[in-house]
Design a protein around this ligand. Structure first.
Ligand SMILES: [Fe+2]
Length: 235
């Protein structure tokens, strides 16, 4: 577990949706940026394309994003993986055709004072489910799948796999209605003890900000593909 857990807890606050924080023109620029950036991962099996938001492709947009975020969360540092040259990146842009499972984005430096993460939708159909439950042990995908749990040789930037969540939040069965409507890509048993804090319905121009200690996943509601930008901060 993170040794700065008490300091991290002091920084925690409810998730926040900021509507109309980006104009149509700015969203267009994000999409142009996405097109220009080189592909980092194209996982054909999961049908997902990941790109790192590298510095220098659109400096104005970098400034706009950092200013707006600072306006909402105050001072922060980016907490991102380095690129191949050791330079900071601003975030990850992901284009996916299938929902992402339960996880936490606590980072890869175990003792960082992790802070908020943001999500900017660039496509309109989609939602993200934020659970009340929190985890203080770094970036982890929570699963019961034995094959997944056996994956130990993870490369830089890959989440650990764990089923520890099943022992952490109690035995209460997850809400069946919510499961059916939003989370049918997850086995309901894998959501045992979890409670929903917020379901963020994607709306282009808005941004979601939430604590990096929240368990979350995408909902199963996808029409074709969805594209979103995730960024991660620390103090
Ligand atoms: Fe995430």
């Amino acid at each position: 577990m993170n040794s700065k857990i008490n300091e991290i807890k002091k920084l925690e606050s409810p998730p926040k949706i900021i509507k109309n924080i980006f104009s149509k023109d700015e969203i267009k620029k994000f999409l142009e940026l996405y097109k220009k950036l080189p592909t980092t991962v194209h996982n054909k099996k999961q049908n997902v394309i990941k790109k790192r938001w590298l510095h220098g492709y659109d400096k104005d947009l970098e400034q706009i994003f950092c200013d707006r975020l600072k306006n909402e969360i105050g001072e922060f540092k980016m907490d991102n993986l380095k690129d191949d040259d050791g330079k900071d990146i601003l975030g990850l842009i992901q284009e996916s055709y299938a929902p992402i499972g339960l996880h936490v984005d606590g980072g890869f430096e175990i003792n960082n004072k992790i802070y908020k993460q943001s999500l900017i939708p660039l496509s309109s159909v989609g939602s993200t489910v934020i659970f009340k439950n929190r985890y203080y042990g770094g970036s982890t995908s929570f699963t019961q799948d034995p094959e997944e749990l056996n994956k130990k040789n993870l490369s830089y930037g890959q989440n650990k796999r764990s089923d520890i969540h099943l022992k952490m939040y109690g035995e209460k069965k997850f809400d069946e209605k919510i499961h059916k409507k939003y989370l049918n890509h997850e086995k309901i048993d894998n959501l045992k003890g979890l409670e929903v804090e917020l379901i963020y319905e994607w709306e282009v121009g808005s941004m979601l900000i939430f604590d990096r200690t929240h368990l979350h996943c995408s909902s199963s509601v996808i029409e074709g593909k969805k594209i979103g930008i995730a960024t991660f901060t620390k103090k």
